[in-house]
Design a protein around this ligand. Structure first.
Ligand SMILES: [Zn+2]
Ligand SMILES: [Zn+2]
Length: 282
């Protein structure tokens, strides 16, 4: 089995296992499973130029713990991303969500009429302000969803190339991604309790101190709390009293399920609701 096929099989298995345990995710994961599978396939056909960081700049960035690139600097394979975007329109069109169907139709129409280029929607996902190009009736969040999911294979390839420049032995120990500077979207606990973060943008994983808030660098254990429920011991939400932010954590030691981080990011939306201030985060 090729790496891509193995990755797809893991996605299918992870989605199946989540929906068996929590049927409430069936509809949304049906959509995202198709998206993630299309992304794995697309990654196989994605070609990007390696980002070359001059040696002296690289040495300085590593010493100062500056991220290697900015999100806007990622190389994007426009042709492969455009092809994936078209597939996303089909997946959205077949979904149960009227909002997704409508957004796919409106964006596709704008591209067809030339009032918007695929690059506009990719640039939006890269943090450049092209929101004036979004057709009326489509929210920025919805346009981001299509743009980001189209360029995700390019982002991951870029991130994988760049990670070769990082010293894997030395934990990065910051609250931002060493590759692109974005905030973590998830954290994981494994082995002897080592903790790592997963970048919400390029999905790079980096090691971090266990008692630590990635949003305000707080290391005071009396101000850092987590909660979990007995029904889902593999999940916990780590919150910080100082900045009132939280991060979802997957404790890999407490589950035998197939864990695919990008699937978990969707399958833990109920934790975001519980973590809203005032909903009992303590
Ligand atoms: Zn990143
Ligand atoms: Zn904090």
């Amino acid at each position: 089995m090729s790496d891509a096929d193995a990755a797809k099989e893991r996605i299918r298995k992870a989605c199946r296992e989540v929906t068996t345990a929590r049927p409430v995710y069936t509809e949304i994961l049906k959509f995202y499973e198709a998206v993630f599978l299309a992304q794995e396939e697309s990654k196989n056909h994605t070609n990007i130029t390696r980002i070359d960081i001059p040696e002296d700049i690289l040495a300085m960035k590593l010493a100062e713990k500056f991220p290697l690139v900015a999100a806007a600097d990622f190389e994007i394979d426009i042709a492969a991303s455009t092809h994936l975007l078209e597939e996303l329109f089909e997946i959205a069109g077949a979904s149960a969500s009227a909002d997704l169907q409508e957004a796919a139709r409106l964006i596709s129409e704008s591209l067809g009429s030339g009032s918007m280029n695929p690059k506009d929607i990719f640039d939006l996902a890269l943090g450049k302000d092209t929101s004036d190009k979004i057709p009326s009736g489509v929210s920025v969040d919805m346009a981001m969803l299509f743009g980001y999911n189209s360029i995700r294979p390019s982002l991951r390839l870029c991130s994988e190339h760049l990670s070769a420049s990082l010293n894997a032995e030395e934990p990065w120990r910051t609250g931002y991604c060493p590759i692109c500077g974005s905030s973590p979207g998830l954290s994981m606990l494994k082995g002897e309790g080592e903790r790592s973060y997963l970048c919400s943008f390029c999905w790079h994983e980096w090691l971090t101190p266990r008692i630590y808030c990635p949003f305000c660098d707080n290391t005071d254990s009396s101000q850092l709390h987590y909660f979990f429920s007995d029904e889902e011991p593999e999940y916990r939400v780590d919150g910080c009293d100082r900045c009132s932010r939280y991060i979802k954590t997957i404790d890999l030691r407490k589950t035998s399920r197939t864990i695919v981080p990008v699937v978990e990011a969707i399958a833990t939306l109920h934790l975001d609701m519980k973590a809203v201030p005032g909903n009992g985060t303590q």
